[in-house]
Design a protein around this ligand. Structure first.
Ligand code: DBV
Length: 245
């Protein structure tokens, strides 16, 4: 069965693995693939969540969570967390299809948003992409105020109805934006050189703030708990999705 974000997942895996030399990221066995159910007793719906992860000397973790049920929810949540020895942002994509519509978040998320050494060169290269794609996608409206420190000024955030016009936008401009943002990110990774210990500590603290925020506020917590129970969900969020080994 194909799912809404399959082409995005396949592109990301292909691109990440062809551009970087990687090893698998250790994923606890009961998190590789988890089947649960939702819907009513008379009309139960299987919900499968699969996890993918890789790492290398520059990337602490590049991982995807794919949540698939027919007809929804269908989610691709892709986060790439750099090793703190490299002055790099996170890559964050949250592609979510719910009964009420699609919710799309795409960004190179700053680890230290107020630090010009960390942001200036990246934003100079990201802004032209943002300026090109922003007008092609409707604005997603307000996001949680407390999430603001974690988004760049080039955060592509949109909400789309479940229509064929949305499918055209998703398979056209949104896919192009996803490819462009990911390609820029992978270039930054290839160019990155390691930093000194003082800078590494600053970056590690910034990363922990982001990871702890997302683990604590994960908007998927309610959904995952409904499908798989609280214990598995908490382990999944803290032990894989936003872990910080
Ligand atoms: N989001 C995740 C993971 C998911 C996931 C791991 C495995 O981080 C899915 C699944 N995100 C998901 C779902 C929803 C959202 C919403 C199911 C909808 C929840 C609902 O409305 O029922 C970007 N994702 C969101 C929202 C934002 C993002 C801003 C809306 C939150 C809200 O409306 O309150 N990316 C996401 C995010 C940050 C980010 C929250 C914060 C730094 O970088």
């Amino acid at each position: 069965m194909t799912w809404r974000w399959e082409s995005f997942f396949n592109h990301a895996v292909t691109r990440i693995t062809e551009k970087l030399d990687l090893e698998p990221y250790p994923i606890p066995i009961d998190m590789v693939k988890k089947v649960g159910s939702t819907g009513s007793r008379s009309n139960p719906i299987d919900v499968t969540t699969t996890s993918w992860g890789v790492r290398n000397a520059k990337l602490r973790q590049a991982r995807a969570a794919c949540v698939v049920a027919e007809p929804s929810p269908q989610v691709l949540n892709l986060v790439i967390s750099p090793e703190p020895s490299f002055d790099l942002p996170f890559f964050g994509a949250d592609l979510v299809t719910l009964p009420g519509g699609h919710l799309i978040a795409l960004d190179l998320q700053p680890v230290l948003k107020r630090d010009r050494l960390h942001t200036e060169a990246v934003w100079a290269r990201l802004l032209p992409l943002f300026d090109h794609f922003r007008p092609l996608l409707p604005d997603g409206g307000p996001i949680p105020e407390e999430a603001e420190p974690y988004f760049s000024p080039c955060f592509l955030w949109t909400r789309l109805p479940l229509t064929s016009e949305s499918d055209t936008l998703i398979d056209g401009p949104l896919m192009d934006a996803f490819v462009a943002y990911l390609d820029l990110y992978l270039e930054l990774v290839l160019e990155a050189v390691s930093v000194d210990d003082v800078r590494r500590q600053e970056l590690r603290e910034g990363q922990l703030k982001y990871l702890d925020y997302r683990a604590e506020k994960d908007p998927a917590r309610g959904m995952l708990t409904r499908f798989y129970g609280e214990s598995w969900t908490e382990d999944y969020i803290k032990g894989f999705l936003f872990d910080h080994r």
